[in-house]
Design a binder for this molecule. Sequence first.
Ligand SMILES: Nc1ncnc2c1ncn2[C@@H]1O[C@H](COP(=O)(O)OP(=O)(O)O)[C@@H](O)[C@H]1O
Ligand SMILES: [Mg+2]
Length: 403
Amino acid sequence: MSPPKPERVLVVGAGPFQVDLIARARGLGAEVVAVDRLPDAPGMALADHAFPINIVDVAAVVALAERLQVDAALTAASDAAVPAVSAVIEARGLCGIPPAVVAVCRDKLRTFEAVHAAGLPVPQTRRVDDSDGLDAAVEAVGGFPLVVKPASAAGGRGVAVVSGRAGLDAAIERARQYAGSGVLVQTFVEGRSVGVEAFLWRGQVVAAFVLDDQYQPLFVSPVGHSLPCTLDAATEAAVVRDVAAFAAAVGITDGPLNFDLRRVGDQTVLIEINPRLGGSSITELVRTCYGVDLSEAAVLCALGRDPTPALARRHVQPVASRLLIARGRGRVDMVGDPGLGWRQHDAVRALRLSVPEGQPSPLAVDEWSLLGSCLVVAPTTGEAEALAARLAADVVSAITVEP
Ligand SMILES: Nc1ncnc2c1ncn2[C@@H]1O[C@H](COP(=O)(O)OP(=O)(O)O)[C@@H](O)[C@H]1O
Ligand SMILES: [Mg+2]
């Protein structure tokens, strides 16, 4: 008798953020098909079959998936990959989030409408595609401060907190650069920022990891996450119940989801639902803290298998991850290896600098460059956060980035 045919898993995107997923899918015995616009993307060499296809070419990705009869489709971190993943899921009848639901998550006005209609807390949101109606939109979201953002996620790009009328036009103009689908204004939500990485299976939240978020002045998105979160147990449980309600409001039943949230009083306010695994730093955080492999759970789920056993916590190790960012987006100069001293530190589990010296910075978010990332452990979450912040400040102080 011939051995059973391995299952075929399509990973959409083969960049640094999908490498872990590709490796874990292979580790589970699957045959991995990777697609990426760049033939030399780092995940391409790890896959069993690699195809240089642009991931935003949904029809081409679906045609390949049909031809190879893939059994699962997924991605990690990439917003751009999500439409192709969901189209393959629908075309092949696979487990995951269908295009109609993805479309609601990808358009923040539609997310607002769905969540608001369900009676759940979400900031007032209005479209501002032309200057007609701008004043009415500002008034509808409660005036200033307010948030301007592209309707579709662009990895934090084009999102701004605007404190008065003087800064509004420039913020809208900047958001428009990223906005295939329009620009929104939204009520600014005060409160404590928390993230949740949740797994749904057959309509139930079977695991949820609640993260503390860390910020840096002037940079809008979180620059760090840490585990275990420092919310009290009752609040953490309430947050998990609330994300289940948000998922139900938009109609998600299966798969990994990544939430951006704010706690205001005893309410959890939804900022964003990302219908995919979060960034790779979150996979690394959860693995370090709890010994749980989100990439593996995501592959199992995409193959239509219950991921719950793979999501069971094995231990608790407080940990923090942080981006290394600097203002400017031009040429990067550094003195020697700015991370050298820190690499010897017992608590530092990872320290990556992803910028070639003397070259333009490869990855920018608005006027900031992403220079790298770190992951540190400590006896408590607060100490891990503080150490990561110290490391980031120290390493970045040895680097200059031209404006
Ligand atoms: N209405 C809001 N109130 C307060 N903070 C917000 C609001 N909208 C966005 N933010 C902050 O900006 C970040 C990026 O916004 P988000 O809508 O998540 O964009 P992206 O999809 O690009 O990640 C959020 O993680 C949050 O910290
Ligand atoms: Mg977000």
